[in-house]
Design a binder for this molecule. Sequence first.
Ligand code: PEP
Ligand code: MN
Length: 337
Amino acid sequence: MLIVMQPNTTEDKIQKVIDFIKQKGFDAHVSKGSDHTVIGAVGRKVIDKRDIELLPGVKEVIRISSPYKLVSRAFQEKDTIIDIKGIKFGGGNVGIIAGPCTVESYDQMDITASKLKSYGVNVLRGGAFKPRTSPYSFQGLGEEGLKILKEVADKYNMAITSEVMEVSQIPMFEKYVDILQVGARNMQNFNLLKSLGEIRKPVLLKRGLSATIEEWLMSAEYIMAGGNREVILCERGIRTFEHITRNTLDISAIPVVQKISHLPIVVDPSHATGLRDKVAPMSKAAVAAGCDGLIIEVHHSPDTAVCDGAQSLYPEQFEELYKELKALATVVNKKIN
Ligand code: PEP
Ligand code: MN
């Protein structure tokens, strides 16, 4: 951190700043210019920069090091590759996850999974606990939904991801699912993140509806700080002034995150757009921009789906898209598995 003092500040004020940062656990390196004095505060402690900005004689405080450590490329230069039953995310691999928004019945999951598997998909999605805006909307089948998911996934030798909503559900999820999903609305549920840091299963962390990339990475840092190194980030669109699409897909988050962090980033074009006909173009845009995976809603009968039918692909549409994505991935030196 660099502390720039106001021009011609008194020695007394400079000394007070030095004493303050030393008392907070930092070393002080003073550099005197012709009229500005700059103090470099070096250390690993976390400090609120506003505390320094308010000290007399301080003009500006510039943070140099990033607040995230474990998620950063500075900590680990090589891409993290997350391998779920042979399906890889990161390091040149684009993992594909597909399935309905929510588990409705055994037959619904069985029909969808059998089709997806025949196309080559190996990771199945399906919510059993749904975070719905209205308390009167379908809330999910609960543990029964997870059992159906597991039974169907085992039948077709697929892995599963499903959303965990609270700390008390974690042991139940560990029994049934391969990737625990944290929904956009829970991105800053810090107790949940801390508890997910203690398990040893991958976590798919969705970006909050109005979260900055820095806030999102700090949430990933919570999970990693607990010792769980398997975090997959998921860009699922952010809330903007635009209403034609459900959210606005932040494609630039892909290269931005990949520069700062070694963690894989997948894209959810379904929740990002909310519109079936926008899912294919946005999936292609995400692959072209270098994403490490996609999570796409597919339903065997979107017109009768209990939730998010309008953004769910018909299986045949997905099959077509999947072929195109495979071809596209090779152009950007990636492999879809
Ligand atoms: C979901 O994937 O089912 C979901 C609810 O997504 P999000 O948390 O991104 O809204
Ligand atoms: Mn959905």
